[in-house]
Design a protein around this ligand. Sequence first.
Ligand code: HEM
Length: 172
Amino acid sequence: MTGADSFSFPRLSEPTTPTIQNALLKGSTVTHASSTSGSILPAKQVAAARPKEAANRQKVPLEAGCSQMDWLRRVGKRSKETGVSGRQDIPMSEVKQHCTKEDAWTVLRGKVYNITPYLKFHPGGKEMLMKGAGKDCTSLFQKYHAWVNADMLLKADYIGTLDPASAAGAKS
Ligand code: HEM
């Protein structure tokens, strides 16, 4: 068994469509993934299985070693090292200070994440993800891919909860 096999991947929501994209669906867990390219099925079947909101979106070419499978392997290793205990009531004023590609935080559904390591792995590209840097990206996230399991993808980069009192006017 390899390191990748021992990590618990998200479960495929459609047993007949084992794509990495489907593996990232919210609420999913699986013990293995069979393809590093994203799919072992004909493109037509994969396209038919994707949520209809995703039909017209284009992925950005990523650097070698920055696929979602590479990220998932990294998440598995880093989660064991870092754990997920978080801070409470982080003020929005602090989140706003982390708005560069070298140091980017975002807020998603009241949780604060360091998105710096994920920037070069984001299938929508660095520039798109940077739109949420130093801000609350919840509405952008919902607009582009509400089905993505960010809690799982960013669990090793979880910083803590946002102070709800400081959240007003923070949306990206
Ligand atoms: C904050 C955490 C975020 C995470 C964990 C995340 C994760 C992902 C994932 C897993 C995909 C692939 C989805 C799929 O294949 O169906 C994706 C694609 C994409 N994301 Fe994000 N994203 C985040 C934030 C954002 C934000 C803030 C934006 C927009 C400003 C954005 C825009 C996009 C776009 C345009 C794509 C298109 C690629 C496609 O066709 O799938 N994302 N993202």
